[in-house]
Design a protein. Structure first.
Length: 227
């Protein structure tokens, strides 16, 4: 089977982190699984999560196999599991920091063993990667039948920095839950912020996101923007 085949796949494997692990990629992966199940109820979805701790997590359906982050042999076993079970297509949720090896290189061991088409969703595309990061992401793109990014800027980075052909890149903006609009003043009142400008961010907190830089800069910002 190839991606040019118009027949919708029957068995799909999704690789990434997965709830109840507290991770933004886990939430995203879970949402993708739910959306696919809703769109194609007869689709057989297999989730293969990456564990960052030895005891793993109390997963439920559709988790069918688990990979210990630092165990390179576990990546090979996972690929064997998907191959033996005749999975039609594998979707990788890639983010730096969730896979073992230098710059997450263990995932390459998994990808090289797959016998089915691969779609890789890249959550972070660095414009100026270090040598290891560039090698890993370039190889992921080479092994992928399609590469999905969430912005046109990320697509430009792929072509300029990683030399990925544009025809293999798909831009699908990051989705959000469809919720009804509520006047933001309703929430501002609860936090004593009525009539003020509020800065928002999303996702889980981590040192790599630079939140502390914004906090340190706020006093100087307030000098110029009192509200």
């Amino acid at each position: 089977m190839t991606l040019e085949n118009r027949e919708f796949p029957r068995d799909v494997a999704i690789i990434g982190t997965y709830p109840p692990r507290q991770c933004g990629i886990a939430t995203f992966t879970s949402d993708v699984v739910s959306a696919l199940a809703k769109a194609k109820p007869d689709l057989n979805i297999l989730a293969v999560p990456i564990n960052d701790r030895e005891q793993g997590y109390p997963y439920g359906s559709p988790v069918r196999f688990e990979i210990a982050e630092r165990d390179i042999d576990a990546y090979r076993r996972a690929a064997d599991f998907l191959n033996i079970n005749g999975v039609d297509i594998t979707v990788l949720q890639h983010e730096f920091g969730i896979f073992g090896g230098k710059a997450g290189s263990h995932i390459l061991t998994f990808l090289r063993e797959l016998h089915m088409p691969l779609v890789s969703v890249l959550h972070t595309v660095l414009r100026e990667p270090d040598r290891a990061q560039k090698r890993v992401l370039s190889e992921i793109c080479r092994l992928s039948d399609r590469v999905v990014v969430m912005s046109h800027l990320a697509s430009d980075f792929l072509t300029e920095t990683y030399e990925v052909p544009k025809e293999r890149i798909a831009v699908i903006p990051h989705g959000i839950p469809d919720v009804p609009f509520v006047d933001p003043n309703f929430y501002k009142d609860q936090f004593g912020a009525a009539g003020k400008v509020v800065l928002l961010t999303f996702g889980l907190l981590s040192p790599s996101k630079g939140i502390e830089n914004v906090i340190e800069a706020l006093p100087k910002i307030r000098e110029k923007v009192p509200d």
